[in-house]
Design a protein around this ligand. Structure first.
Ligand code: TYD
Length: 224
C-alpha cells in the first residue's frame, strides 16, 4: 500500500502503483471466462475499482470487430487480416479502457490478451512471430499484464466442453484439432521462453472452485 502525500492525495505515480493488470489465457473451453468473472467478483469485495474486459471486444468498436472475427460464415478470412482485426480490437481496448483505468490505480481483469494472438495466429496459423510481436507492441503501446494465468487443459476435452456447454461456437472453434494442438504447444513455448514472474500455469481440468482457489492464492500475493 502506498502512503498518501502530505496533502492526503495520491499523485499520478502513486495512483498507478496501486494498479494491477491480470490476463487469463488458455485453449478454447478451458473455463477462462468463468474464472475471469469469479476473480473480478472476488476482487470487487475488496476494492471497487475492478474492471472486467474480454478480447476480442470490450469496447463498442471492439465488439463490432468481434462479430466479424467470430462469424462462422467468414471462411475466407486471411490469417494476416485476422491478426490485424484482433490487434485493432486490442488497440481500441487498451486506449479506451485498460490504460486509463490502470492510470487511475485500478485493477483490470482481461479475458484473453496479446498472448492469444501469438498462440493462435502465430503458432496456430503459422504467422511470423517476430512480425506479430512488432505489431502487437504498436497496438498496445507495449502494455503487458503484470500477471497471466494460463488455464491448461487437453484440447479435445476443451472442445467437448464447448460443444456441450451451450456457449457461443465461433469460427475458431471450427478449426481442426491439429490447429488447437498447435495453439496449446504455442502457449507452452511462450511460457517456457518467459524468464519473468508473469505466467502462472493452472490445471484447468478440475472443478471450478479449485481452479479459482489456485488463482486467488496467487492474486492475493500480488495485490498492491
Ligand atoms: P471467445 O468466445 O472469447 O472464446 P474463449 O472463451 O475461448 O476465449 O472467443 C475468442 C476466440 O478468439 C478464441 O477461439 C480465441 C480466438 N482469439 C485469437 O485467435 N486471437 C486473439 O488474439 C484473441 C484475443 C482471440
Amino acid at each position: 500500500m502506498v502512503a498518501p502525500t502530505k496533502s492526503g492525495r495520491l499523485d499520478d505515480d502513486e495512483r498507478a502503483s496501486l494498479s494491477l493488470f491480470i490476463s487469463l489465457e488458455g485453449p478454447d473451453g478451458s473455463g477462462k471466462t468463468t474464472q475471469a468473472q469469479l476473480l473480478a467478483e472476488r476482487l470487487r469485495r475488496l476494492r471497487p475499482d475492478v474492471v472486467l474486459v474480454r478480447e476480442p471486444g470490450g469496447t463498442a468498436i471492439g465488439d463490432q470487430i468481434r462479430q466479424v472475427l467470430h462469424d462462422v460464415r467468414n471462411v475466407d478470412m486471411q490469417p494476416r487480416a485476422e491478426f490485424l482485426l484482433y490487434s485493432a480490437s486490442r488497440a481500441q481496448l487498451v486506449e479506451q479502457v485498460i490504460r486509463p483505468h490502470l492510470a487511475r490505480g485500478g485493477i483490470v481483469v482481461c479475458d484473453r490478451y496479446a498472448d492469444s494472438s501469438l498462440a493462435y495466429q502465430g503458432y496456430g496459423r503459422g504467422l511470423d512471430l517476430k512480425a506479430l510481436r512488432t505489431v502487437t507492441a504498436f497496438a498496445t503501446g507495449g502494455l503487458m499484464p503484470d500477471l497471466t494465468f494460463y488455464l491448461d487443459l487437453d484440447v479435445a476435452v476443451g472442445l467437448r466442453r464447448r460443444l456441450t456447454g451451450g456457449g457461443e461456437w465461433n469460427r475458431l472453434d471450427d478449426e481442426a484439432l491439429d490447429f488447437h494442438r498447435r495453439v496449446r504447444e504455442g502457449y507452452s513455448r511462450l511460457i517456457a521462453e518467459d524468464s519473468g514472474t508473469r505466467w502462472h500455469v493452472i490445471n484447468a481440468a478440475r472443478p471450478i472452485d479449485q481452479v479459482h482457489a489456485d488463482i486467488w492464492e496467487i492474486v492475493e500475493r500480488f495485490l498492491p
